[in-house]
Design a protein around this ligand. Structure first.
Ligand code: XMP
Length: 508
């Protein structure tokens, strides 16, 4: 579906997705592959360019990730960023050294403005540096094109071989002309045509869904989250009533959520089945307090409920899922520990005879999915939703679940979300969670012995690490007053001031 592709080679840097997104923002399709993927395999993708990412390793360590040396001789342009530039240097016979002090943060750099990537830019620029090792001697045939006070080789180029390297990070906003530098690499070096836009994405995808499924029936598990909602809207545009969406309400949705989902799809031609399975889930979770058992039970029951309904309506030929690109990126270093069993709607259900999968968002990043959703006319409350975990409020009620506790939480959570949204203060994710602690309070002239609710609000880009949001006391006080006044059964409001790590964002 895409004419031109740039391959981002991952060497373990934290910015790989950002690089791939910047490339797409410049109108060029990008994919991410592990840095050690054999070059023959990469060339099958017919790339117009490679970008090698940064990473925490040093090229001299035995265990550090390396690439095929042919990457730099195959004739396809390469831009090496940070570790990627050091790797290019080391592979081609230059010298990489370890500095006595690390250079970290926004730094002034002097550019040679007759260099291909810096042509027409300001000579003095702020760039983001984050490194200890540096190139002390470029490979033969390269010239130095940028310097900082502590880094004598902040950028190199060898236009004859179409090889370029920058020690700084052009993908982050702290590098003033970073996007311009990436754009120059794409258009002036790789010869990009700019053929990747969201505008014709819907049209192309609708066409390919029709080709894939023909007149067959498709089933999709709709969670109300951004990805499955946008997938539903897109597939419904392609095949109308041949799409059936099953929304399993496990009883752990937020206030009014089931209704909001129903309303969002009211005018679309798809069939939407909403199942109230709250009794089934609650009875299976009776007495369960362990977070992992909760998560696993919910994941299993979800698939059971979905499959039971799919069988009841006579099955379908295809299963649709809202898988997006970050769900499937193979990482350059995949040694991450499992902290929590994530449950997502759309995990492959038990075999009920599907012929295939329909995953129309497989190549998109989240911001692109939101754009498609908006273009398809989905309401902003669905498209711009903060993340909501598959197990829902079940992992926001600490300890055993009951209907009463869930109802308390739903009311408190709505108040917090409403007040934060109205205040104009910002957080990437914000919600209330119910503790299993009860404490004594006084209301009017009476004694209370009620639950404490925790307000959690975090600021994060990638959700892997997060800082607690510095909400104002004014806002917190307003939320506390409203919750204790309006939600009978809660007499104490706490604000969680823990970052991730050491805490996680969700409480269970
Ligand atoms: P934690 O709690 O691991 O959460 O710091 C990181 C992000 O992941 C979300 N989350 C989930 N999302 N299924 C999901 O789809 C899950 O089981 C799940 N558990 C956590 C969480 O809301 C946060 O955005």
């Amino acid at each position: 579906m895409h004419n031109q592709t740039v391959v981002v080679l991952d060497f373990g840097g934290q910015y790989k997705e950002l690089i791939a997104r910047r490339v797409r923002e410049c109108g060029v399709y990008s994919v991410i592959k592990p840095g050690d993927t054999p070059v023959e395999e990469l060339l099958k993708l017919n790339p117009i360019g490679f970008i090698t990412t940064g990473g925490p390793a040093s090229v001299y360590e035995e265990t550090s990730p390396h690439c095929s040396p042919e990457l730099f001789t195959c004739g396809v342009p390469v831009l090496g960023i940070c570790y990627g530039m050091q790797l290019m240097t080391w592979t081609l016979g230059g010298k990489v050294s370890s500095a006595s002090v690390s250079e970290y943060g926004p730094t002034a750099a002097a550019f040679e403005t007759d260099a291909v990537l810096f042509d027409g830019l300001d000579t003095l620029q702020t760039v983001l540096m984050s490194h200890t090792d540096f190139v002390s001697e470029p490979p033969a045939g390269f010239r130095i094109t940028a310097r900082t006070a502590d880094c004598p080789v902040a950028a190199i180029e060898c236009p004859d071989k179409k090889l370029y390297g920058v020690q700084f990070h052009p993908e982050v906003v702290h590098t003033k002309d970073g996007t311009k530098i990436i754009r120059k690499f794409l258009y002036d070096v790789c010869g990009a045509a700019g053929d990747y836009t969201m505008d014709d994405y819907i049209e192309r995808t609708v066409k390919s869904i029709r080709e894939q499924v023909g007149d067959s029936k498709v089933i999709l598990g709709l969670s109300g989250g951004v990805d499955s909602s946008v997938a539903a809207a897109l597939i419904s545009k392609a095949i109308g009533e041949n799409l059936t969406c099953i929304f399993v309400d496990h009883g752990f949705m937020r206030k009014n959520e089931a209704l909001e989902v129903k309303n969002a799809f009211r005018d679309m031609p798809l069939k939407l089945i909403q199942l109230d399975e709250s009794e089934r889930f609650l009875s299976a979770l009776k007495g369960v307090t362990d977070p992992e058992t909760k998560r696993k039970t919910i994941g299993r029951l979800f698939i059971d409920s979905f499959c039971d309904e799919a069988e009841r309506i006579g099955g379908a030929d295809f299963l649709a899922q809202g898988t997006i690109y970050p769900d499937i990126i193979e990482s350059g270093n995949s040694k991450a520990a499992t902290i929590k069993s994530h449950h997502n709607v759309g995990g492959l259900p038990r075999d009920i005879g599907f012929k295939g999968l329909v995953e129309p968002l497989r190549g998109l990043f989240k911001d692109e999915v939101r754009k498609v959703g908006t273009m398809l006319g989905l309401p902003s409350y669905l498209v711009n939703r903060q993340p909501f975990p598959g197990p829902g409020l079940a992992i926001r009620v600490i300890g055993e679940l009951t209907r009463e506790k869930l109802d308390l939480l739903r009311d408190a959570d709505l108040i917090f979300r409403e007040e934060l949204e109205n205040s104009g203060e910002q957080a990437s994710q914000y919600f209330a969670a119910l503790t299993n602690m009860r404490s004594v309070g006084v209301m009017g002239d009476g004694r209370t012995y009620d639950y404490a609710v925790v307000l959690r609000a975090v600021v994060t880009g990638d959700f892997m690490t997060a800082e607690y949001a510095r909400l104002s006391h004014e806002l917190l006080s307003k939320v506390s007053k409203r919750i204790t006044n309006e939600v009978k059964g809660i007499n104490r409001v706490l604000f969680d001031i823990t970052d991730k790590p050491p805490a996680t964002i969700e409480l269970e």
